[in-house]
Design a protein around this ligand. Structure first.
Ligand code: X8Z
Ligand code: ZN
Length: 632
């Protein structure tokens, strides 16, 4: 991702995304204003400038990453100051580089230089405002919001909250009445009691209003930065990072959504009817959106935790990963090693020793940290790390594969210049670990000792597909809507006084869910999601959910697999590994369309592979939904 900035998270140390290859072809509205163009001849050639930018970014990124790592793994008032200061310095370096870059806007460039230039100037997650006091305020607000999010605890009563703040020991009374996101998420995952779920949901959503005003100010400042570089707002900068005109990119996102929307609606229909059976039609009416706290997840984004409630054929052949991890007493390191072993089986390298020494794989007992999982490359070489609060359950097991996907990407491109050290686009980076996840089939689990039997039957297939669809299909509208909201917030179409209303309009429109209790503009429900508080763009995950199936198909072909896509596991295939490694090693050195074409023979993101994968479930859902009123 474009981690030029402090406010990234899920992967660190990449600066770039891209847009049009040659600066001469840029879209008018995104070109920096003429007033900024310096009319004198640049001091150095554009190639020298790019070399210098690579060197400066190398130094600045290492310094910034260390500050952010310390902050996110040890949140205190002191580390917050260091983090904000470091972000401010980083933004200032970026400002200097971008000012210099303007001098080369009209300069002819060879393709690699043009790509590096694009990566330096397009698709950035944050852009520095001109005034130093605004940079400083922006940096401090970013740090503040991620810190509040990371350290937040919901306390049932205020006295408990005071105790939780005062007392250091987690065992003391106050802390027990206060629950952090990990504890609240556990309720969301495991409880099937309507009121208990409601308490956890409303509890977590009571945190974000405290930074609602900060968020509005952050948007103002971020837009000031974007406008200083000729973008209409920061959302336009985000959309400029895909090697195509931003308007075409928006159309592509719509095209992909149109392809998958019917399958989502079909899944929604069946899940709603199953939830209605469990909770009653008074709580889950059959023609209305689903209450947002009943889907096993704080944000209703992935629904795997309600699998047992909706299992098509109860008890048939669906391996219990959580059960196996617990039974076999797998700790965080052992779980990470299982994921590493997958990559190694493809012929990729083992993780460096420093990964094991420096990563944070469990939640420390004695301090606040940002538990939201992330992968880091500290020095753009071998110092790669993961920060995750791993527990022995299926969700964390899958997430560690996601994170290692980032880590293997970092390692594959670490010999490239800094401006090429990134994913082909941000959706590629998010798709790698998930592609591996698609190979976690029952047969694979048997090979690694996490299940003892594999059942082959139509019913077992449908169960397996349902399990996967609850993760992958359920996610799609959520993956799209977050930035639909944010793009409008950045453009000013959604005003601060409508933040919450517009958020729920989109949640209902796309996901078919509804807030479980009345909401108002005193709430800030979008801010209850990490990527909003931390300003991480989100369309990347939507794209990743489409791309990973395209990658899976290509890698299965390379592995010589002949059956249906959903049965394929590339585990142990060196041929698939070689193909994957080649894709990763290209980093952001070429437009993503070229990288995609070399890897899988097409220049387009396309949902046929995901639809093909889920063909059996799709047909089964159509059968099940006959006679039901679907939609909301
Ligand atoms: O944020 C993440 C990763 C880190 S890049 C854990 N994901 C999104 C989320 O949690 O909202 C992965 C899936 C979507
Ligand atoms: Zn990620």
């Amino acid at each position: 991702m474009n981690s030029f900035t402090f406010s990234k998270s899920c992967l660190f140390l990449s600066f770039v995304t891209s847009a049009l290859l040659l600066s001469g072809c840029e879209k008018k509205e995104e070109a920096p204003p003429q007033t900024h163009i310096v009319a004198v001849a640049p001091k150095m050639s554009v190639n020298e400038f790019i070399d210098e930018a690579n060197k400066k970014l190398d130094v600045a990124t290492l310094e910034n990453n260390t500050a952010q790592w310390v902050y996110e793994t040890f949140i205190t008032d002191d580390s917050a100051i260091i983090s904000a200061k470091s972000s401010e310095r980083f933004l200032t370096t970026q400002k200097e580089l971008l000012a210099q870059a303007r001098e080369y806007q009209q300069t002819p460039m060879d393709p690699p230089t043009a790509k590096a230039y694009t990566n330096l100037t397009k698709g950035l997650d944050l852009l520095p405002p001109d005034k130093s006091e605004e940079i400083s305020e922006l940096a401090a607000l970013g740090t503040k919001m991620s810190g509040i999010y990371g350290a937040a605890k919901y306390c049932k009563d205020e006295a408990a909250k005071d105790n939780a703040i005062k007392k250091a020991s987690p065992d003391e009374k106050g802390e027990k009445n206060c629950r952090d996101l990990t504890a609240l998420s556990e309720v969301m995952a495991k409880s099937r009691n309507y009121d208990e779920l409601l308490d956890a949901w409303t509890g977590w959503h009571s945190i974000s209003p405290q930074y609602r005003n900060d968020y509005a100010r952050y948007i103002e400042l971020a837009n000031t930065g974007a406008r200083a570089y000729g973008f209409s707002d920061l959302g336009a900068s985000w959309r400029s990072g895909y090697d195509m005109p931003a308007a075409d990119f928006e159309k592509d996102v719509e095209r992909l959504w149109t392809q998958v929307e019917p399958l989502y609606k079909s899944l929604h229909c069946k899940i709603r009817s199953d939830l209605s059976k469990h909770y009653g039609a008074d709580k889950v009416p059959l023609d209305k959106p689903i209450p947002a706290h009943l889907l096993g997840d704080m944000w209703s984004q992935q629904w795997g935790n309600v699998y047992k409630l909706v299992e098509p054929y109860p008890g048939i052949g669906s391996p219990d990963i959580t059960g196996a991890l617990v039974k076999q007493k797998k700790d965080a390191v052992a779980i990470t090693k299982i994921a590493e072993n997958f990559f190694v089986s493809l012929g990729l390298q083992s993780l460096p020793e420093s990964f094991w020494q420096k990563s944070m794989l469990i939640k420390p007992r004695d301090r606040d940290v940002v538990c939201h999982a992330s992968a880091w490359t500290m020095d753009a070489k071998m110092d790669v790390r993961i920060k995750q609060c791993i527990q022995p359950n299926e969700e964390e097991f899958l997430t560690i594969h996601h994170e290692l996907g980032h880590v293997y990407y970092f390692l594959a491109y670490n010999n490239l210049p800094m401006l090429f050290q990134d994913g082909a686009h941000d959706g590629f980076h998010e798709a790698i670990g998930d592609t591996i996840m698609l190979s976690i089939t029952p047969e694979y689990l048997k090979k690694v000792g996490l299940t003892d039997k594999v059942v082959s039957s139509e019913q077992a297939t449908i169960n397996q597909q349902m399990r996967m669809a609850l993760e992958k299909i359920a996610f799609l509208p959520f993956g799209k809507l977050i930035d639909q909201w944010r793009w409008k917030v950045y453009s000013g179409e959604i005003k601060p006084e409508d933040y919450n209303k517009s958020w729920w309009q989109l949640r209902t429109q796309y996901q078919g869910i509804v807030a479980p209790v009345a909401r108002s503009e005193n709430d800030f429900d979008a801010g209850a999601k990490y990527h909003i508080a931390a300003n991480v763009s989100y369309t990347r995950y939507f794209l990743a959910h489409i791309l990973q199936f395209q990658f899976h198909k290509a890698l299965c072909d390379a592995a010589g697999f002949k059956g249906p896509l959903y049965q394929c596991s590339i585990y142990d295939s060196k041929a698939a590994g070689e193909k994957l490694q080649k894709l990763l090693a290209a980093g952001a050195s070429r437009p993503w369309q070229d990288t995609l074409e070399s890897a899988i023979g097409t220049r387009q993101m396309d949902a046929s592979a995901i639809l093909d994968y889920f063909a059996p479930l799709s047909a089964w859902l159509d059968e099940q939904n006959k006679g039901k009123t679907c939609g909301w």
